[in-house]
Design a protein. Structure first.
Length: 201
């Protein structure tokens, strides 16, 4: 752990120097833009012409298929926090008319927006999951590097048939500048909800 301390206090880009680990908190919102202006213009036109509210949505992808149909992928935000497990795809026909939604719109989540876990504990839980994973090669490089964390809501019943949603506050954590491995950590009990090393069999 001495190496981790040295890195956090020697790397200029490390945030939260008062913490043991090098951690950056990602603060996403519906206004965070990852698409081009031309893509956003198309999306806004599709939604406005179909009287669809997109105030609490952050768009992440616009696709047009061989039939001329548009498909718009987005994340939902409730109480200004991302709902990690409830991304949506809005489908529009070749005449730009909305005809189908993949996913479920959420109207409200009865949880506050105050986190309980500190960043060091989030990283420690992630490192424990990483250490148990035999498929990650250079674990020390990840452990002694920097991390991104993001706070939001997670449906514990996501993917379970017709089960009612059961939301909890949670953290998404991954190494800086990497998509994998990543984990979701329950803010309520500090348990790892889901871990993914990015390896597909």
């Amino acid at each position: 752990m001495i190496i981790a301390i040295f890195l956090c206090f020697s790397i200029v880009s490390c945030e939260n120097a008062g913490n043991f680990y090098c951690v950056k908190t990602i603060k996403d919102s519906p206004t965070t833009n990852v698409l081009s202006k031309s893509e956003m213009d198309v999306i806004k036109s599709l939604f406005n012409n179909n009287h669809l509210n997109y105030k609490e949505l952050r768009f992440t992808r616009l696709q047009k298929d061989e039939l001329g149909h548009h498909h718009v992928r987005c994340y939902q935000f409730i109480n200004n926090l991302k709902v990690f497990t409830s991304d949506l795809i809005f489908h529009f026909d070749k005449n730009n008319r909305y005809y189908f939604l993949s996913g479920d719109l959420i109207s409200a989540i009865d949880l506050n927006t105050k986190p309980s876990m500190n960043q060091d504990l989030i990283v420690e839980k992630f490192i424990n999951a990483l250490q148990d994973n035999i498929y990650i090669g250079d674990k020390e490089k990840i452990i002694n590097g920097c991390f991104n964390v993001e706070f939001g809501y997670y449906d514990l019943n996501a993917g379970i048939g017709y089960a009612d949603a059961k939301f909890t506050k949670a953290w998404l954590i991954k190494p800086r500048n990497q998509d994998y491995p990543f984990a979701y950590i329950n803010d309520k009990n500090s348990e790892v909800i889901y871990y993914d090393n990015g390896i597909r069999y």
